[in-house]
Ligand binder design. Structure first.
Ligand code: AR6
Length: 172
């Protein structure tokens, strides 16, 4: 596996890195889960900046400054709502990871931290989402040598164990 990929357990809002990715909703106007945590930590300027973006389609990604966060930027992406797997969910989730990395590379950002997009309120089965995340990021990084580090930020020991197995090339 690409040595630029790492997984860890952390609150993503505490990371001092070029960009953290937000698992947002299409309005980009805040919500619960990691989205709520990012807005609380970044302060009200983030909501004002998101308002100016005019929303985001599922599978797309848009950039704002990080404001009060230790991260320089936030890349907002909108994952798919899990509806059983037959509604293009995998293609949309892969697009979130790909688009976020291209947005980062366009800004010459070298380090990006992802939460486990769609695996909370949006209900995507965790192991399948993690496998898709690792495969998509590895494929995309092959096109983006300027990106030096990608973190998969988990929020539970069990979730981290899944990522560590995938990154080690072991079966789940
Ligand atoms: N740091 C890292 N990971 C976190 C944190 C945190 N501080 N908090 C939660 N997670 P979710 P979704 C993990 O529900 O499924 C929002 O209301 C969590 O354990 O935040 O994409 C939006 O506005 C889970 O693995 O995002 C949307 O409406 C992961 O973050 C909707 O939820 C994603 O869970 C998006 O749903």
């Amino acid at each position: 596996m690409d040595s630029r990929l790492l997984a860890l357990n952390a609150d993503i809002t505490t990371l001092a890195i070029d960009a953290i990715v937000n698992a947002a909703r299409p309005s980009l106007l805040g919500g619960g889960g990691v989205d709520g945590a990012i807005h609380r930590a970044a302060g009200p300027e983030l909501l004002a900046a998101c308002r100016r973006l005019g929303g985001c389609e599922p599978g797309d990604a848009k950039l704002t400054p990080g404001f009060a966060l230790p991260a320089r930027y936030v890349i907002h992406t909108v994952g798919p709502v899990w509806r059983g797997g037959g509604h293009g969910e995998a293609a949309l989730l892969a697009s979130c990871y790909r688009r976020a990395l291209f947005v980062a590379a366009d800004r010459r950002l070298a380090s990006v931290a992802f939460p486990c997009i769609s695996t909370g309120a949006y209900g995507y089965p965790f192991d399948a989402a993690a496998r898709l995340a690792v495969d998509t990021v590895a494929e995309t990084l092959a096109l983006l040598p300027e990106i030096e580090r990608v973190l998969f930020v988990c929020h539970a020991e069990r979730d981290l164990a899944v990522y560590l197995r995938l990154l080690a090339g072991r079966p789940l």
